[in-house]
Design a protein around this ligand. Structure first.
Ligand SMILES: Cc1cc2nc3c(=O)[nH]c(=O)nc-3n(C[C@H](O)[C@H](O)[C@H](O)COP(=O)(O)OP(=O)(O)OC[C@H]3O[C@@H](n4cnc5c(N)ncnc54)[C@H](O)[C@@H]3O)c2cc1C
Ligand code: FES
Length: 253
């Protein structure tokens, strides 16, 4: 089946690539023309010789120059890390639904590499003059990528900002700051707790999920999760129906 997403494959060029923390890299990809991207959408990168494209959240978009923040994990990210300025790179996207930005006082929560889409979202909220506070959490100071636009930093070992994980003290912040909406991205355990906090305080939560993906365009159904819809439990694909879901609709394991 040919979908619209199939048509969004660009042979692009690496504009810049650099190490930005102890274990993460920033790559900027020039699509050659302006591209509209919503915060929370992602691109899938073809990694030389590997059958499956690898998905990465969009971290920045400068008139069609798309930035991605990534950590080296396996063969695909090793290949991306090896690219040099002016190398060609094959990307598909932007795909996925993205965050549904609302004109509401927002608390933004990003953990680890999950800061990428949240940082991009903050840029968009600031452009639209929507009040927001962004809390970013990392293992330690060395893991904080240069240029993260967070308002509050937390590190597990206390080497920078507040000591503790990104959710330590979040309830206190909610009680003082009184956000009307929470947007989050990070490990599943963090997202589950964000959803629970949202339910406790009766605040809408939008969370960007990650799931290992194959096609990345809603065809193979390899990335389904259970969600609640109209009193029933149904399947949803993280790549096409998501990656952003309401915390309250996800069936947490
Ligand atoms: C919507 C979405 C957005 C993402 N955004 C980012 C991002 O902004 N920056 C970033 O560094 N990573 C992001 N990821 C994770 C990224 O896709 C994986 O790190 C990457 O595919 C690993 O490829 P690899 O070939 O290097 O590793 P592999 O050899 O394929 O795998 C190495 C390890 O990574 C895990 N892994 C593989 N694919 C995924 C996946 N899709 N999600 C989670 N873990 C995976 C494997 O379980 C394994 O433990 C995102 C994933 C999704 C689904
Ligand atoms: S990865 Fe194929 S449907 Fe999501």
């Amino acid at each position: 089946m040919i979908t619209d997403e199939h048509k969004k494959i660009y042979k692009s060029k690496v504009e810049a690539i650099k190490k930005v923390s102890a274990s993460s890299y920033f790559i900027e990809i020039d699509c050659g023309f302006p591209v509209e991207v919503k915060a929370g959408q992602f691109i899938s990168i073809y990694c030389d010789g590997l059958t499956l494209r690898r998905p990465f959240s969009v971290y920045s978009n400068n008139n069609g120059k798309i930035g991605v923040l990534f950590k080296e994990r396996g063969q695909g990210t090793k290949y991306i890390k090896s690219l040099k300025e002016n190398d060609f790179i094959d990307i598909m996207g932007p795909v996925g639904n993205g965050f549904n930005i609302k004109n509401k006082k927002a608390l933004l929560i990003g953990a680890g590499i999950g800061v990428a889409p949240i940082s991009f979202l903050k840029t968009k909220l600031d452009e639209q003059k929507i009040e927001n506070t962004f809390i970013a959490g990392f293992l330690n100071k060395q893991e904080i990528p240069n240029g993260i636009n967070a308002d509050i930093f937390c590190t597990d070992d206390g080497s920078y900002g507040k000591e503790g994980n990104v959710l330590t003290g979040t309830e206190k912040i909610i009680e003082q700051y009184k956000p009307d909406i929470i947007y989050a991205c990070g490990p599943l355990i963090v997202l589950k707790q964000v959803a629970q906090i949202g339910e406790k305080y009766n605040i809408e939560t939008q969370i960007a999920m990650e799931k290992v993906m194959a096609c990345g365009i809603g065809v193979c159904r390899g990335c389904v999760i259970d969600i609640k819809k109209d009193g029933k439990i149904v399947n949803a694909t993280v790549c096409k129906d998501g990656p952003v879901f309401l915390g309250s609709e996800v069936v947490w394991q």
